[in-house]
Design a protein around this ligand. Structure first.
Ligand code: ADP
Length: 668
């Protein structure tokens, strides 16, 4: 029996594991880096040990330090979560040597699946269908290109050691092969220290369907059905669901059994996921096996009612699986949306910063939020920028999807750019609602999902103006404890002016909203104002609490969450976050202070390659420079035909976010 569990991870998954350990009466130990001193996982655990500096290599990936924490606390088991050391065979072996239980598969199984090439070899022998391609040792560029030429384009280059969508490049023609191979190898070296490549036929519109398997040490194995993780950006999952839309009983059984074959071929024990690509004709191909708990395991928990971390702990204790295949049932439908600090409009560039406002939707038996951060925490450059996982359940897909949309509209985050509006757009889109999903969903529906800048609905203007004046005049009522905020009667009328003009800036536009009110109004009814901007007029009354704006515009009552104050405000609307600033008349136009945007580094990183020299003429879209940040390559491209005047950095140099990288002049 496990008595004390050390969680060799951080963030939401560490918190998630602690919850189950608490439920089972197992004491918990957290480990933390300099950046995580005050993190939630540290606060939730019974004990916590500092293991080093913020960069993962010096803390969460440092086996010796983690081992020292195990010894110091007397933990008898380690749960690695996902990422970090979870699929590291040497770590499993180190723990085994010290007689500490590793909550994961045997070392040999991790090794077998650790390389995508070796895994494909094993699966081929076990008769599991594979994506066509080359997964051998020969790595000469000419040889790999010959394979690709013969197979026909498009092909996908994949790092054998890959994970998280890194070290992967699509190649659409023979001419692009060489540069794509170089880029994939570079990314593979930075992320995994190994650049062995696989060449696969690139399926143009498959679905990603994966099977959750579980095996115990007594030779039992079950599959807990499937998850559809087709909606991806950069080959990384964004929204997952279970069961997979359109799945038939026969296909489920076929894929489930193929997955169990895959697991038994490597003597698997514990939780594992066998990933397949499912083609439109119902054929499926093994892609890889993840020998750990997946990020998206909660959707399986929602439809089966099982706690997968509890299953992992039982298996690790040497007990039999809690259920046989025929005792497992599938009920309803679940979605998981990954809430990331990133900017979808800037090619999903990871964002960092302080979570000034973080207010998740109310949790219930239908809505679950797995997170490791609270308001005031930082999203740092050191770790994955996922803020939370929002998981919902419904009797059927339609009901679950409605809950997902509703919960997304009640997820308020400010201070850091997030993908919440983007997730809402996906969930609300017709093809998603109609189950028309493939791994190219985001590219295919780009125009629907990125409809340009948010056009400000005019009625937001009086809402913005009322929020500015009421907060400025101190007419904010505490929201806590008031049952019906609509009946709140704040005192704003007493000291406010009868007429005033509010100037506000939204994006690059400035608006003047004129507010006026009759000088005599009843002392008890909310004050009604006339608001006017450009050709629009509205009748408005509003009440502001410290987190909500309750506003009636021309008889339409609405409620918006808000955050910020004084210099900048954010209104959370279903159309996205509306950010605006009051403009004080004596400060002049904020537009004139805006510097022209140049070629600034989007974040802290390293210059990987400089593709141009000074005075070189380039075409619009040409790559000028490649930088690497958060283990991903970012291309800086020419916005127009023009000339590069100067390049300020050399390959290998570190740059801070915001630094100017080069000087460019567009052709007249
Ligand atoms: P990683 O381990 O980096 O996550 P995977 O091998 O699991 O990489 O692939 C990630 C995603 O890339 C898949 O879910 C799928 O969308 C896409 N993908 C992988 N292989 C292929 C392929 N041969 N054809 C088309 N898409 C693919």
């Amino acid at each position: 029996m496990i008595k004390k569990l050390l969680i060799a991870n951080r963030g939401e998954i560490a918190c998630r594991i602690i919850k189950t350990a608490n439920k089972l009466g197992i004491a918990t130990v957290a480990v933390y880096s300099d950046a995580d001193k005050h993190a939630q996982h540290v606060q939730l655990a019974d004990e916590a040990v500092h293991i080093g500096r913020a960069p993962s290599k010096e803390s969460y990936l440092d086996m010796a330090r983690i081992m020292a924490a195990v010894k110091q606390t007397g933990a008898d088991a380690v749960h690695p979560g996902y990422g970090f050391l979870s699929e590291n065979a040497a770590f499993a072996s180190l723990l085994a040597k010290e007689n500490v239980i590793f909550i994961g598969p045997p070392e040999a199984a991790i090794k077998a699946m650790g390389s995508k090439s070796a895994a494909k070899q094993i699966m081929e022998e076990a008769g599991v269908p594979l994506v066509p391609g080359y997964h051998g040792d020969e790595q000469q560029e000419a040889f790999l290109q010959k394979i690709a030429d013969e197979m026909g384009y498009p092909v996908l280059l994949k790092a054998a050691a890959g994970g998280g969508g890194k070290g992967m490049r699509q190649v659409w023609s023979a001419e692009d092969f060489s540069s794509a191979l170089a880029a994939a190898k570079r990314e593979a070296i930075t992320s995994f220290g190994d650049d062995i490549m696989l060449v696969e036929k690139y399926l143009t519109a498959p679905r990603h369907v994966e099977i959750q398997v579980f095996c115990d040490t007594h030779g039992n194995g079950v599959y807990l059905f499937e998850r559809d993780c087709s909606v991806q950006r950069r080959h990384q999952k964004v929204i997952e669901e279970a069961p997979a839309p359109g799945m038939t009983e026969a296909l489920r059984k076929g894929m489930g059994e193929a997955a169990l074959n895959a697991a038994s071929a490597i003597g698997y024990v514990g939780a594992g996921t066998v990933e397949f690509l499912l083609d439109s004709d119902g054929s499926y191909y093994f892609m890889e096996m993840n020998t750990r708990l997946q990020v998206e395991h909660p959707v399986t928990e929602m439809i089966t009612g099982e706690d997968l971390v509890e299953w992992q702990i039982r298996v690790a204790e040497g007990r039999v699986l809690p259920k046989h295949q025929d005792q497992l049932t599938l009920s309803g439908h679940a979605f998981e949306a990954r809430i990331y600090a990133e900017d979808p409009a800037k090619d999903f560039l990871p964002a960092t910063g302080k979570l000034e406002c973080l207010s998740p939707p109310q949790q219930s038996r239908y809505v679950r939020v797995d997170t490791g951060v609270v308001q005031g925490d930082e999203v740092s450059v050191y770790y994955d920028p996922m803020i939370a996982k929002l998981i919902v359940w419904g009797e059927n897909r339609e009901e679950a999807l409605r809950r997902l949309l509703n919960a997304l509209s009640e997820y308020y985050i400010d201070g850091v750019t997030t993908n919440i509006p983007f997730l809402s757009k996906i969930a609300a889109s017709e093809p998603f609602q109609q189950e028309k999903i493939t791994t190219t969903f985001i590219e295919t529906h780009y125009d629907t999902l990125f409809p340009g800048d948010l056009v400000l609905p005019p009625h937001f203007l009086p809402a913005m103006a009322m929020l500015i004046v009421q907060t400025r005049d101190g007419a904010v009522t505490a929201s806590k404890g008031s049952n019906s905020p609509w009946s709140l009667n704040n005192q704003w009328r007493l000291n406010s002016h009868v007429e005033q003009t509010v100037t506000l800036a939204h994006g690059s536009d400035t608006y003047e909203v004129k507010l006026s009110r009759p000088s005599h109004q009843s002392a008890t009814a909310p004050v009604t104002w006339h608001a006017q901007c450009q050709q629009h007029r509205w009748e408005v009354s509003a009440c502001v609490t410290d987190d909500e704006l309750l506003i009636t515009i021309d008889g339409h009552q609405q409620r918006f969450a808000w955050s910020g104050g004084q210099e900048q405000f954010t209104l959370f609307t279903t159309a996205g976050n509306v950010v605006f600033e009051p403009v004080l008349p004596d400060l002049g136009d904020t537009d004139s202070q805006q510097a022209e945007t140049g070629f600034e580094a989007p974040m802290n990183g390293t210059i990987v390659a400089v593709m141009v020299s000074p005075e070189q003429q380039v075409k619009k879209g040409d790559t000028l420079l490649i930088m690497e940040a958060m283990k991903m390559e970012h291309n800086i491209t020419a916005p127009a035909d023009g000339q590069v005047l100067a390049v300020f950095y050399q390959p290998g140099e570190l740059v801070d976010g915001g630094e100017t990288l080069l000087e460019f002049k567009a052709n007249e």
